[in-house]
Design a protein around this ligand. Structure first.
Ligand code: ADP
Length: 242
């Protein structure tokens, strides 16, 4: 058990292999036997050059793409054994996604954007609204609930996206280049928010090619040619193991 939390394992990848077959029949090995354990309360950055497998790993961790071989357990459940319904439920309830492009719906106010995952989960209107407002307050945007994305700064839009990711109380906050579209002040804003969420016990995995973003995380792992280099060592005290 580490000081960061209960030591509960949020995700566990074992010998994860992902290969693609191109149109011309060539086999590309995007992940080559990756092992990764992330414990509750960890704040991990995964870095790597272009082509190293970051997007592939993000898609696997996000239950958006299946492994070719190996095991991925999310919140104790083997993802490879889930059907489409189970995968959709896992994405909705267990993972909060934050993307480089925010992916907010421009025609909806901030609070309605944040409500969306709850609507998909079948939460009733009044409860949904109250939870979305609370999530926006949590990210410091309690006074911007009725603004549309176009009326917010980039940093504020990403804060709305973080509120949307957190509103379902997911086991994992999974961020893909979350500051890639932000200026330095907004980047700082979002990284400060991640620090706060980490301090509050959230489990965060950030995939980024930006070293200054990775530097803010508690742990860093580097992908190269589809594997971690060097392989992660047991670091139970910090929340990432093997
Ligand atoms: P990164 O996100 O670090 O740039 P990717 O995960 O996108 O890396 O890619 C890892 C490797 O897998 C690269 O060699 C890439 O060309 C290859 N790859 C990614 N997606 C596909 C695909 N759909 N079909 C074939 N090869 C792919």
């Amino acid at each position: 058990m580490g000081p960061e939390g209960t030591g509960r394992t949020v995700l566990d990848l074992r010998d994860a292999v992902k290969t693609y077959t191109t149109g011309s029949g060539l086999t590309v090995r995007a992940l080559v036997g990756v092992d990764l354990t992330v414990r509750e309360g960890a704040y991990l950055a995964i870095t790597g050059p272009s082509g190293s497998g970051k997007s592939t790993l993000m898609h696997v961790l996000g239950c958006l793409d299946a492994l070719t071989t190996g095991s991925y357990r999310l919140d104790g459940v083997e993802v490879g054994a889930m059907d489409e319904y189970g995968l959709a439920a896992a994405r909705n309830r267990l993972i909060g996604f934050v993307f480089q492009q925010f992916h907010l719906l421009p025609g909806l106010s901030a609070v309605r954007n944040v409500e969306l995952p709850l609507a998909y989960a079948g939460v009733g209107r009044a409860d949904r609204r109250a939870r979305a407002v609370a999530a926006l307050e949590r990210v410091g945007l309690g006074d911007r609930t009725d603004h549309r994305p176009g009326e917010l700064s980039g940093g504020q839009q990403q804060r709305v996206a973080v509120a949307r990711a957190l509103v379902t109380e997911p086991a994992l906050l999974l961020a893909d280049e979350p500051t890639g579209n932000l200026d330095s002040a907004s980047t700082e804003d979002v990284l400060d928010l991640f620090d706060e969420l980490h301090a509050a016990g959230r489990t965060i995995v950030v995939i980024t090619h930006e070293q200054d973003v990775a530097a803010r995380a508690q742990d860093r792992l580097h992908l190269r040619d589809g594997r971690f280099t060097p392989p992660p060592v047991i670091a139970g005290a910090t929340g990432v193991a093997r």
